[in-house]
Design a protein. Structure first.
Lengths: 298, 378
């Protein structure tokens, strides 16, 4: 086994953990180190911000140990993934409660009943609702809120843009996508097709409104890219047949822009993912019912 | 049809260069015929006498008892147990033909014992013969050994067939990694015009008729024969006997001595193992007909039939099947694009050739082949 083969044979979950670690590192730099070095946060914030992924992973691990979950996509992975997409303004207690509820839901309902419900996306949207209600809805850190500077276009691509707590780096997302495309178990068609369709709708809308800046501002939206690369293709919540993957991806790509315009670019992609996920659930349920009826008839 | 893939193989498993022989068994076991009325109640049998359609006695001897044994597909069958008298007596002995390339089409068709092969050769006009010398299953090399040891006989038979089908051609398909067989043919084929070697990639299932024809851009009506079938025709025509012996491969990482054994049909696999593997093989799994398309079976009752290609002995690895992660790889790799998950989750019967690719590719180690065969439900 040569070195290249060893890298290729690393499992998909191990690769995903590695990329999530890169996101956490960059998010820590952007949301903790930079504001701290500019005097916006006390030193404790450098550790506090890491509590989100540590707690997400820890609670997941606890669930996995107690309920003996040995599946590759387990609660600790989902807990960690969820901790990356919460807004920075999320209170740690609210986060802990929401992670526990979500993993509880996963263990006792989604996993047991084999539902395809994308509970991470659902959880994120519910959390946003709660934050909105508590008037804590905010994606910017104190440095960004201070309006002492304006992010340039290059900043946005590198990762200095307003986004969820650990998902701001577009470069890491693109790099992850390129490397994940070599993994045979990664559904690369979903991010590629849906991003392609999203780009088309964006360009079409930009030309229609004669607003080239709009296209440039959202072409590399870190939130959209992160959801398309890491959340939408998660195998447990996405289709597995070729036709359905195509349908799922195209529909997802088509819905991102309308929902982003209706709400905002932080939540639009989550709403469209959840909507497409619901359609998938109905399709699967319909197919299962039809097949069961046919088997019974025989 | 799906794109075929190359399987990862353990390169340390190397089969011995020369085949071994086990042609003098004490007992042979002949499965009961599918129709009860075909069962002959003879106590004494002679070698090569027809027991029922396409089944001939591999030895001469006497009927001793009836015993339950298992076939390579796991089916339990009643078998007639014959005690070998080692006299090899035949009912009627025919002289070996000196030449077979001067036979007429009628002589050839009449001379062939196997009805399936006979039907394939009943075509008229221009015929293209596709001879597959490929072993699909990893670690099984029956076809390769047979071709290396009987290259001239196979080439003679192809030549005889081409003589009765004017303007016909024959292609021998070999894997481009099978150097020894390629060399064996190269030493012989110069004398035979209209016979060509076609090299194909080392892909799983490439030796199967539809895939090989598609790979070589051949037509559906072209005649497909396995090298072992060509050799069977040779025995039928030249020596005027049906096929009574067979090559089987015994290999895998559970043995240090992988080999190909030439044995009589109807022999118990356990008897072969007693001769060649007297030592304890330890905690191993025995796959009849290979790891991909075969089944784990109890060796004690398994008998050699025409369908048995080999026994793969693999060290047991503890792998617990996990929950399906819905990656869909089993669907995309399936040669028919069938959905094995429908069999796994809903118990639905799907189109399946039991190639084992879905189980091979599954990252959750779900034994999908068991669900597809209907042996298991989720």
């Amino acid at each position: 086994m040569n070195k290249l083969h060893k890298i290729i044979s690393v499992s998909l979950t191990q690769k995903l953990y590695f990329f999530l670690f890169l996101f956490i590192s960059y998010g820590w730099y952007k949301n903790a180190w930079l504001p701290y070095s500019n005097g916006f946060y006390p030193i404790s914030h450098l550790f506090l911000i890491l509590m989100y992924p540590v707690c997400g992973f820890g609670i997941g691990l606890l669930f996995d140990l107690v309920f003996k979950n040995k599946n590759p996509f387990n609660n600790r992975f989902y807990g960690l993934l969820f901790s990356l997409i919460v807004p920075i303004s999320t209170n740690i207690c609210v986060f802990l409660v929401s992670v526990t509820i979500l993993l509880f839901l996963n263990t006792f309902l989604i996993s047991r009943k084999d539902l395809d419900l994308h509970f991470i996306v659902l959880g994120k949207l519910l959390l946003v609702g709660v934050l909105y209600y508590l008037q804590q809805y905010n994606y910017s850190n104190l440095l960004e809120e201070s309006h002492l500077f304006v992010y340039s276009y290059i900043d946005g691509i590198i990762g200095n843009n307003v986004s969820a707590i650990f998902t701001s780096s577009v470069l890491i997302t693109i790099l992850s996508l390129i490397l994940l495309c070599f993994d045979m178990y990664y559904k690369k068609e979903i991010p590629l097709y849906s991003y392609g369709v999203y780009l088309l709708t964006l360009v079409f809308y930009g030309f229609w409104k004669s607003d080239m800046a709009f296209i440039l501002n959202h072409i590399f939206s870190s939130t959209v890219l992160f959801v398309l690369v890491f959340l939408a293709p998660l195998s447990s919540f996405s289709p597995y047949s070729k036709k359905r993957i195509f349908f799922y991806s195209v529909l997802l790509g088509l819905l991102i822009l309308p929902f982003s315009l209706l709400t905002n670019f932080f939540e639009g992609v989550y709403i469209s993912t959840l909507l497409v996920n619901f359609i998938l659930i109905f399709l699967n349920a319909g197919q299962s019912r039809f097949i069961r009826a046919r088997i019974r008839q025989k | 049809m799906a794109k075929l893939i190359k399987l990862d193989k353990d390169v340390t498993i190397q089969i011995k260069d020369k085949s071994e022989e086990y042609l003098t068994p004490d007992f042979v076991y002949i499965p009961f015929p599918p129709k009860k009325e075909d069962l002959k109640k003879e106590v004494h049998i002679k070698k090569a006498s027809m027991l029922y359609q396409d089944v001939y006695s591999p030895v001469s001897g006497t009927l001793k008892s009836v015993e339950k044994n298992i076939l390579s597909n796991g089916e339990e069958v009643n078998c007639l147990v014959f005690l070998n008298d080692f006299q090899e007596k035949r009912e009627k002995t025919y002289a070996t033909r000196k030449k077979i390339n001067n036979l007429s089409k009628q002589d050839i068709i009449e001379g062939i014992y196997n009805t399936k092969i006979k039907e394939k050769l009943l075509q008229d006009g221009l015929v293209t013969f596709l001879i597959s010398g490929i072993d699909d299953e990893p670690y099984i090399e029956n076809e390769a050994f047979l071709q290396r040891e009987h290259t001239k006989s196979i080439a003679d038979t192809i030549d005889a067939l081409l003589n009765v089908y004017p303007k016909s051609r024959a292609y021998i398909a070999l894997k481009n990694t099978d150097n020894k067989t390629i060399m064996a043919y190269q030493n012989v084929l110069g004398m035979y015009k209209n016979v060509e070697i076609k090299l194909v990639e080392d892909l799983f299932l490439i030796g199967k008729e539809p895939f090989l024809k598609k790979y070589l851009h051949m037509k559906d009506h072209d005649v497909y024969l396995k090298a072992s079938e060509v050799y069977e025709i040779y025995l039928n025509l030249k020596k005027r006997i049906p096929i009574l012996e067979k090559y089987i491969t015994i290999s895998g990482n559970g043995t240090t001595n992988p080999m190909v054994v030439k044995t009589k049909l109807g022999v118990k696999v356990l008897d072969i193992f007693k001769k060649f593997y007297p030592e304890d093989l330890g905690d191993c799994a025995f796959y009849a007909n290979g790891m991909m398309q075969g089944t784990v079976l109890d060796l004690n009752r398994l008998i050699v039939t025409r369908d048995l290609d080999g026994i793969i002995i693999m060290k047991k690895v503890k792998r617990v099947a996990k929950k399906c992660i819905k990656c869909g790889k089993c669907i995309s790799i399936c040669p028919f694009h069938s959905n094995p998950l429908l069999a796994y989750k809903l118990g639905m019967q799907v189109k399946c050739m039991h190639c084992g690719l879905c189980t091979y590719i599954c990252p959750s180690y779900i034994p999908l082949y068991q669900y597809l065969r209907g042996d298991k439900r989720e």
